[in-house]
Ligand binder design. Sequence first.
Ligand SMILES: [Zn+2]
Length: 285
Amino acid sequence: MNAPQRPLALMNALTVDVEDYFQVSALAPLIDRASWDQRECRVERNVERLLALFAQHGARATFFTLGWIAQRYPELVKRIVASGHELASHGYGHLRASEQSRADFLLDVRRAKELLEDLGGQRVQGYRAPSFSIGYSNPWAFDVLLEAGYRYSSSVYPVQHDHYGMPDAPRFPYQPRPGLTEIPVTTTRLFGRNLPAGGGGYFRLAPYRLSRWAIRRVNAVDQRPAIFYFHPWEIDPDQPRVPGTSLKTRFRHYVNLGKTEARLDRLLRDFRWGRVDEVFGLARP
Ligand SMILES: [Zn+2]
């Protein structure tokens, strides 16, 4: 007798924001942008480790890559594409969308898209704003993304947070403008509030089983795919420490860096993972 067929688990979307440890928004006040060129870059080896880890689990992902990084590491961009992952944009210079004029934002997102398309040889459809910085103050950013030729964004985090967040935004993909889909990072709803469930600092801070519970809940209760994000520097406990950080920033940035790779390994084992364009039906034939 044949064993009963188990329905195939939902595929979730795995995303990486490709930037280096000195480009993180929370550290921006302490790091002069002019010094970026002189800093020890670690992003290349960290992304290489991620590519190996993903390959081991047969997982595919979307890499929201900073133009500044792509320009310095063209081979890295090519490796991401050759490994079957989706190349997407994190803008050029890691400036929050909410801190730029409309004209400057257009230049930044266009420059990143052109650069990534030249290097990757594929159309770039997706954009993620640094620090989820599309919110109440700058809905025009969606018009700019359309103007620059993007088809989707993952730039709104419907949670309450001191640096970002739009707690009453939709939790699941929606069209803020015809032709543009916003795919919010995953939250789970508990006691009338949205709780972050899609990675970032929370994944390092809280026990792994909490993330697993939340993603399972979104898959089972909401019957929706989750979208999860993290950064290459989060698997790098040996990164240089930035002096002068506040206790809160230090904690958020450095907590459990040494445990993240093992946790990712479990996450990749416990769920099925794919690219944003595939999971959300945006892939072009
Ligand atoms: Zn970023």
